[in-house]
Design a protein around this ligand. Structure first.
Ligand code: NAD
Ligand code: UDX
Length: 480
């Protein structure tokens, strides 16, 4: 019987292993983590992450062939295939700080595998890692091998949060990189056999190790680049009277470009895009390719620009000050259908508004007050050009209120900022919101979810990313 152990029960490890367990009833899957709280949550009715469809999958196989445990060493020792899905954040200090991937967790997992293994193992890189990480891992494992044969595979994960289960059920592709040796090919085949239980053969791509590692970084860089491209054009739309929705639609109709991932927004967030591009930038620099590094850096710079442009627009529209004004923030997660706030643009926008002494009242259907307060209190590691140069005073955080209701958040507000595209925001009673607000009532749509004309008819002064400006905003100072 194939026994799989996954180290790391996070946003990737949890859903990915749950789907493998569901689709491969003959395989035993154990997900292990050093966080007792996280494992307890996976074993409870309140899973540690919100992901549509996940509850259902977990319920079907937990206790059958899917297990969650903190007994890391036991399950690593017993498995034939070990996925490593630990976090690989950006280094915040030392060599490569601000760009390079921090492989501390990865290395400690690899050393633990070497320590406890008593039989041959296939070790699968599920985490997103720099190119050539497999070589480093191989060295750690074989140096301590005690005669055990290890095969390292790269099997990067392409799921997006909010649609993880759907993405795992029907992936565009599954990518497996391995050594081009007989043992390497055998290991690739063993992993291919697992995915082949539900993924059509032509969607399972096999490559060499370095291509698989690099493809993941390149794919995220290309995706983020599309958003920065459309966001850059959104600024020009606002300056010229063009409409970004019309421009993006027209551009995306070209079959060589395609319609997806062209939604202008307040900026991209999430745990992957910025981290992985910075990682790519660092790899380019280390390989003597500064021009290539600068090219990709620009994708992040435009993202920072888009967030600060939004804050500036809010402040300048409201008579150049939001001091003492109540701003309601609708949506804090980095996208809809997740409670994840890692690198959410809402953090930078809220900090920008707090820097101008606003009082903010936040509502998000999935993010807890604790999480929001932690995110806002955390010092941001400024990778290059900090967008908010002045540190916030400790009293700034007392100006944050978190509510569990959009109407409560907007009551008595001077302005409303929509920062996540939750479906429920489209159906809000905006007349009721308008009636409860100070006048003039401003609405800043960072996700292009509202019907601008309808809201203007109610009386709101509306700003929407990349849309022709409200006459009110045209008279306000230019935003840079
Ligand atoms: P996460 O922080 O949600 O989960 C990582 C888990 O690993 C944590 O629960 C942590 O406690 C655990 N861990 C760390 N060191 C450990 C150790 N030595 N032993 C056991 N457990 C350990 O991270 P995530 O979002 O699941 O991302 C994991 C990896 O997958 C990252 O490299 C990320 O870049 C990549 N990735 C993420 C996504 C995404 O959408 N989140 C998508 C594709 C790829
Ligand atoms: C991303 C990749 O899509 C996924 O393939 C990879 O495995 C992990 O990183 P994720 O970060 O979970 O997934 O979500 P994604 O849907 O890519 O959105 C990232 C950010 O971009 C969000 O803040 C989202 O709101 C924003 N976005 C996305 C836009 O602003 N406009 C778009 O058109 C699409």
């Amino acid at each position: 019987m194939v026994k799989i152990c996954c180290i790391g029960a996070g946003y990737v490890g949890g859903p990915t292993m749950a789907v493998i367990a569901l689709k491969c009833p003959a395989v035993e899957v154990v997900v292990v983590d050093i966080s007792v709280a996280r494992i307890n949550a996976w074993n409870s009715d309140q899973l540690p992450i919100y992901e549509p469809g996940l509850d259902d999958v977990v319920k079907q196989c937990r206790g059958r062939n899917l297990f969650f445990s903190t007994d890391v060493e036991k399950h690593v020792c017993e498995a034939n295939i070990i996925f490593v899905s630990v976090n690989t954040p950006t280094k915040t200090r030392g060599l490569g700080a601000g760009k390079a991937a921090d492989l501390t967790y990865w290395e400690s997992a690899a050393r633990m595998i070497a320590d406890v293994s008593k039989s041959d193992k296939i070790v699968v890189e599920k985490s997103t890692v720099p190119v050539k990480t497999a070589e480093a891992i191989e060295k750690i494992l074989t140096h301590n091998s005690k005669g055990i044969n290890y095969q390292i595979l790269s099997n990067p994960e392409f799921l997006a949060e909010g649609t993880a289960i759907q993405d795992l059920f029907k992936p565009d592709r599954v990518l497996i990189g391995g050594r081009e040796t007989p043992e390497g090919r055998k290991a690739v085949q063993a992993l291919k056999d697992v995915y082949a239980q539900w993924v059509p053969e032509e969607r399972i791509l096999t490559t060499n190790l370095w291509s698989a590692e690099l493809s993941k970084l390149a794919a995220n860089a290309f995706l983020a680049q599309r958003i920065s491209s459309v966001n850059a054009i959104s600024a020009l739309c606002e300056a010229t009277g063009a409409n970004i929705t019309e421009v993006a639609y027209s551009v995306g109709k070209d079959s060589r470009i395609g319609p997806k991932f062209l939604n202008a927004s307040v900026g991209f967030g999430g745990s992957c895009f910025q981290k992985d591009i910075l990682n790519l930038v660092y790899i380019c620099e280390c390989n003597g390719l500064p021009e290539v590094a600068n090219y990709w850096k620009q994708v992040i710079k435009i993202n920072d620009y888009q967030k600060s442009r939004f804050v500036n627009r809010v402040v300048s529209s409201m008579f150049n000050t939001v001091s003492g004004k109540k701003i309601a923030v609708l949506g804090f997660a980095f996208k809809k259908d997740t409670g994840d706030t890692r690198e959410t643009p809402a953090i930078d926008v809220c900090k920008g508004l707090l820097g101008d002494k606003a009082t903010i009242s936040i509502y998000d259907p999935q993010v807890t007050e604790d999480q929001i307060q932690r995110d806002l209190a955390m010092n941001k590691f400024d990778w290059d050009h900090p967008i908010h140069l002045q540190p916030l005073s400790p009293t700034a955080f007392t100006q944050v209120v978190v509510t569990w209701d959009a109407y409560e958040a907007t009551k008595g507000a001077h302005g409303v900022c929509i920062l996540t595209e939750w479906d429920e925001f489209k159906d809000l009673d905006f007349q009721k919101i308008y009636d409860s607000m100070h006048k003039p009532a401003f609405l800043f749509d960072g996700r292009n979810v509202v019907d601008v004309e309808k809201l203007r008819a109610i009386g709101f002064i509306v700003y929407a990313i990349g849309k022709p400006l409200d006459p009110w905003l045209k008279d306000m100072p230019a935003v840079a």
